[in-house]
Design a protein around this ligand. Structure first.
Ligand code: NAD
Ligand code: G6P
Ligand code: MN
Length: 443
């Protein structure tokens, strides 16, 4: 890429609740990642319009040198872009609600990305993500595709089957960064002073070391602190109740399995029964998001439009989620070789694990894409858990491409949140019904 040129980027899922934060991050980081044109693309015209109008006001005030376009037209969206930032929700919150409620009605974890909910969502996200990549490459010359769309583990595996070893497709998750920010607050250091070692699958991993700049491992001190005082997110004041419960579970995991610091998502696999006790099938995370984040974002877009200014807007704020995607893009474009925790093909990172797995680990990012650091060997407990989870992920992707009911049933039976094949079948049949036309026809 010609480094003096300013970039054209498109946000796919431009009507996402995360878009305002991303817009703000682009404004703050205009020196590190200068854009000429920001496009936003969504299939929902009304959602896109509301966020698009907010974007126009924000950019007029903070980034007047960048042109803004929002559209539901693919050619207009993708033409000649350098980067595609993607965060879509296939099926919307309407389907997320079923993903959560159906498993819960059988006493099984109902969650966006874990268990049967993540499975159902995965089968909807796969075709949409394949289409987005094909569209982007039809209208632009080999753009970078930075993807947040969930379930990122399933999406990453499926995309690797269709676009094998494609270095320009990068799948990512912000939860490791959210956790590092929380560790930093507890340890009273800047997040940039923590050099993490992390290993796992997406939403299924552990911090194995947290070094300071002098090489001292801060993990023992953090563990002690968590055991004494519990665990909360760095932005606890802004979090919904269910996220505080989730972060709180880290103490339980660390007290039972003290060696490493877990990703919060491990709670669903290690204590599914305890988690189900906390969940309410009549008021799931979808309800909480609709009453909270989604309502806040769209009401605020309308208020900003009426006021004619985005100055001081509560949604035009810096978020770890947004900073991460802009920082990854900047590290690629300027070949900075910065370190992130990202999803990447194993191939030599973990010695005793399938080389085709898409693992999440510490990696360097530069002009040639993501380069994961060698980790070494997994211990028996981690390996056993990850083998089971990877089998579930692979069977899910097989079920999609082979349109196989049997593989789908095997996948759900493999999943630690389900285990019982009878329950797996009942849940699968209900999910099949509700996803008619949105899933491939499983036979
Ligand atoms: P949302 O429903 O508010 O936004 C998603 C937007 O995508 C909607 O406006 C919808 O109309 C649009 N959309 C759906 N299908 C599309 C398609 N095929 N093409 C273009 N646009 C499409 O959801 P949200 O809560 O803002 O989350 C958005 C996505 O980001 C979800 O997949 C979520 O899981 C993901 N996410 C991932 C991480 C991560 O760690 N990887 C973090 C945060 C959010
Ligand atoms: C974390 C996870 C994401 C997830 C997000 C929001 O950041 O890493 O994968 O999508 O939380 O979840 P929510 O339940 O708030 O929509
Ligand atoms: Mn995530």
């Amino acid at each position: 890429m010609n480094k003096s040129k300013r970039l054209k980027i498109v946000l796919v899922g431009g009507g996402s609740t995360w878009t305002p934060g991303l817009l703000k991050s682009l404004c703050i980081k205009k020196e590190e990642f200068p854009i000429e044109e920001l496009r936003m693309f969504d299939i929902d015209e009304e959602r896109q319009r509301q966020i698009g109008e907010f974007a126009e006001i924000l950019f007029k005030e903070e980034y007047p040198e960048a042109k803004i376009i929002y559209t539901i037209n693919k050619e207009e969206a993708y033409k000649d872009v350098d980067f595609v930032f993607c965060q879509i929700r296939s099926g919307g919150f309407e389907m997320r609600q079923y993903d959560e409620r159906i498993p819960l009605s059988y006493g099984v974890v109902g969650q966006e990305t874990c268990g049967p909910g993540g499975f159902a969502y995965g089968l909807r996200s796969i075709p949409d993500m394949i289409e987005i990549i094909n569209d982007a490459r039809r209208y632009a010359k080999d753009p970078w595709i930075l993807n947040y769309t969930n379930p990122a583990a399933i999406v990453a595996l499926a995309l690797d089957r269709v676009f094998p070893n494609d270095k320009k497709i990068i799948n990512m998750c912000d939860q490791p960064v959210n956790l590092i920010n929380s560790f930093a607050k507890i340890l009273d250091v800047a997040p940039t002073e923590i050099i993490p070692e992390y290993i796992g699958l997406n939403h299924f991993g552990w911090f194995t070391k947290l070094s300071d700049r002098q090489g001292k491992d801060l993990l023992p001190k953090l563990r002690e602190n968590i055991l004494d005082n519990g665990f909360a997110p760095s932005d606890a004041a802004e979090r919904d109740a269910s996220w505080l419960v989730t972060y709180g579970m880290v103490k339980r995991i660390v007290s039972d399995f003290p060696e490493y610091i877990p990703n919060t998502y491990l709670q669903y696999y290690l204590y599914p029964e305890k988690v189900v006790e906390h969940l309410d099938a009549n008021h799931t995370r979808t309800d909480e998001v609709k009453e909270g984040r989604e309502k806040r974002v769209f009401e605020e877009c309308a208020r900003v439009k009426r006021a004619g200014t985005a100055k001081g807007s509560i949604i035009a704020k810096n978020e770890a989620h947004a900073d991460m995607i802009v920082d990854v893009a900047s590290s690629i474009y300027y070949d900075k070789n910065q370190e992130f925790i990202l999803i990447v093909k194993n191939d030599g990172i973990i010695d005793n694990f399938s080389k085709d797995a898409m693992v999440e680990c510490r990696a360097k990012v530069g002009g040639a894409g993501v380069n994961g650091y060698h980790f070494g060997k997994l211990d028996v407990f981690m390996k056993g858990l990850m083998e089971g989870q990877l089998a579930y992920e692979n069977l899910t992707v097989d079920a999609y491409f082979e349109k196989s009911y049997e593989k789908a049933l095997q996948a759900l039976t493999m999943n630690r949140t389900v285990v019982d094949a009878g329950k797996a079948k009942a849940i699968l049949d209900d999910l099949l019904d509700i996803n008619k036309g949105k899933w491939p026809e499983l036979k």
